[in-house]
Ligand binder design. Structure first.
Ligand SMILES: [Zn+2]
Length: 484
């Protein structure tokens, strides 16, 4: 498919997704004042098309995909392609008759995404995720582990628990509940507590979050979930609070104290307002010493930063009910279609892979997504037919008719595209440029070619710089490329 980037607001009103997300849409109007938006995703459009063209259970299952541009009014676009207002996405929409079949489809897509990430040969994580504004109740995120990542993935070293920090809810083990038992002792500055102020979005309420001292940064995702009115974006909340109160001393306001479960046993009264105690919950971000919420092993968690590059959602009837996408079932009853949607951020994946593998000399593309697997570079005055003979040895080895280089179907050599750098430049300049571009392999026709008819193969990622006879070239590359 190739669905339009321009979507009518009316459609989004019908699915109920227009409310509350105003800031994320790039909106526009036509000359007649009709309202449109630049699509950040296409569930509404595709459900409407399927609703009008599919009638019977016999038309399903149906799977439709596209690779298109998407738009979002990102508050702080940054890190180049990693977080932009315009991005390229592959999205797949699935339509099944029953919930059960839709879940089976979901598992198939999950396995395909993991297989794709296996082939990229980059470190990745799959985490349970929050379905957020997309809807549905089952979703997974696919992340590349990266120090530059903006997502925190919490996983357990003892079991298969793995989740986005947004979904992490800090359960407390028994050992943690009794940990901070030292009494208050009446000090001026309390040695065991940290108090962090936040305001409500309408600035009429002050929240003091009380956590054990040195227990790490606050888990703002969890705070927002427990107390949806809290504004975690304000930089100096207490200063703002004081200024507002000085300006208008009689204004209506409340001051609430929110207590971390590890401090539940302390006598913490609040003279200025109510106290809310979260008895079984840690309000700070998870750390290596936290208890696993799944297997309850103490000190078993691992926190990794990562870049989200894919997401799978089981949507059920979230869109098919409001947009009237239904089919006649085998017993002649109308039933809403069960849906899924699944995306890979194409431009983001490129940026993440580039960031992970680049070095001081340039980029390094994973074999599977490198536009060209190898470049042939020759010293000046090398005969053109010599360059072409090396090119043919590599490129023709991937066609079925090249019996001499016949490869088993499990080999990935079948996808080797080869470039020739025939620009009129010195050899050293071209080699530097090839390093910068990040071809997995550089095949050089230099001194050894003139002397012995051999090429030099360079692969920076594997530290390879080796003279190879033309007859052995394909086999050699096959051996190396499985590691790229
Ligand atoms: Zn565990």
């Amino acid at each position: 498919m190739s669905l339009s980037s321009i979507s009518s607001e009316e459609l989004w009103q019908r699915s109920g997704r227009l409310e509350g997300r105003d800031s994320e849409f790039l909106r526009l109007q036509d000359r007649k004042g009709a309202k449109y938006l630049l699509s950040p995703t296409h569930e509404e459009e595709i459900t409407e098309i399927v609703a009008s063209s599919v009638n019977s259970y016999k038309d399903l299952p149906l799977r439709l995909y596209q690779v298109t541009r998407k738009y979002r009014d990102e508050a702080r676009p940054r890190q180049g392609l990693l977080r932009g207002r315009e991005f390229l996405m592959k999205d797949l929409y699935t339509f099944d008759v029953t919930e059960e079949e839709a879940r089976a489809t979901y598992d198939q897509v999950r396995r395909a995404y993991s297989a794709f990430l296996d082939e990229l040969n980059l470190p990745y994580l799959v985490a349970n995720a929050d379905s957020g504004s997309m809807g549905g109740n089952l979703s997974h995120e696919y992340h590349l582990a990266s120090a530059n990542g903006e997502d925190n993935i919490i996983s357990c070293k003892k079991c298969d628990y793995s989740t986005n920090e947004e979904l992490y809810s800090g359960v407390l083990g028994p050992h943690e509940l009794t940990q901070s038992e030292s009494p208050l002792k009446g000090c001026d500055i309390n040695p065991i507590l940290t108090s962090t102020p936040f305001l409500s979005k309408d600035k009429t309420a002050l929240f003091n979050i009380i956590t054990p001292r040195d227990s790490g940064p606050l888990n703002t995702h969890l705070l927002k979930k427990l107390h949806p009115t809290i504004d975690t974006t304000l930089e100096a909340p207490f200063k703002t609070w004081s200024a507002l109160n000085t300006k208008n001393p009689t204004r209506t306001r409340t001051e609430t104290q929110i207590i971390d479960g590890r401090l539940a046993h302390l006598p913490l009264s609040n003279p200025t307002g109510p106290t809310i105690t979260h008895h079984d919950t840690a309000l700070t971000s998870p750390s290596e010493s936290s208890t696993c919420p799944s297997c309850h092993s103490p000190a078993s968690l691992k926190v990794s930063t990562a870049i989200e590059i894919g997401h799978t959602f089981h949507l059920g009837t979230r869109y098919s009910v409001p947009l009237n996408a239904q089919v006649l079932s085998s017993n002649n009853k109308l039933a809403p279609i069960s849906m899924g949607c699944h995306g890979i951020g194409v431009s983001r994946l490129l940026a993440a892979a580039a960031g992970l593998l680049m070095d001081s000399k340039g980029l390094n593309w994973p074999m599977k997504i490198a536009p060209f697997g190898a470049v042939v570079v020759a010293a000046p005055k090398t005969a053109e037919e010599d360059v072409l003979s090396v090119y043919d040895a590599l490129a023709l080895s991937s066609t079925p008719e090249a019996a001499a280089f016949a490869v088993p179907s499990t080999s990935t050599m079948g996808s080797l595209d080869v470039a020739i750098d025939d620009r009129d430049r010195p050899l050293g300049w071209k080699l530097n440029d090839a390093d910068l571009i990040g071809y997995p392999f550089i095949v050089v026709l230099g001194k050894a070619w003139k002397a012995r008819g051999a090429v030099e193969v360079q692969c920076r990622r594997l530290g390879v710089k080796e003279e190879v006879a033309l007859g052995n070239l394909v086999d050699k590359l096959k051996g190396w490329q499985s590691q790229l």
